[in-house]
Design a protein around this ligand. Sequence first.
Ligand SMILES: [Zn+2]
Ligand SMILES: [Zn+2]
Length: 158
Amino acid sequence: MSTLQGGCLCGKVRFKVHQPPLRTFACHCHFCQRVTGSSFYAESIFQRDAIEFNEGELRQYEHLSEGSKKKVFVHFCPTCGTTLGLTFERWPDMQALSRGCYDDPNAVQITSHIWTSSAQTGVVLPALVDCFAEARASLDGKPEQATRHEAPVMARPQ
Ligand SMILES: [Zn+2]
Ligand SMILES: [Zn+2]
């Protein structure tokens, strides 16, 4: 894979990533709906030290997660307001980057959908990807069972 590059809407903040993501997924939780102002958040998880930011100013907003009671840090451009990614008190070595900020968002594929139990009406879950009603693992780290649909399905009844 070639170096993944991206940035915010105004272009002041730019990043390069030197390793492929550990995973890329769509999260339908209420936090992700709110932070994007959209239906879900498509994000990739990387080792934090694989990401190189330019000198453009990034600010952070600190949010206390309802579920884990740990902090999530939202990193955004103060000029244009784009959310570039997240870091986590729970996983200090990891960073999420917003798939929509990549110069080519299709360079990485979404391989799972999480928190589908809170997906908005009208959202369709694709066939043959791992879907989790909530997180991929419980708060104590036990993996949850994924569901794979044979054909696309509505995430919830209209
Ligand atoms: Zn910007
Ligand atoms: Zn989420």
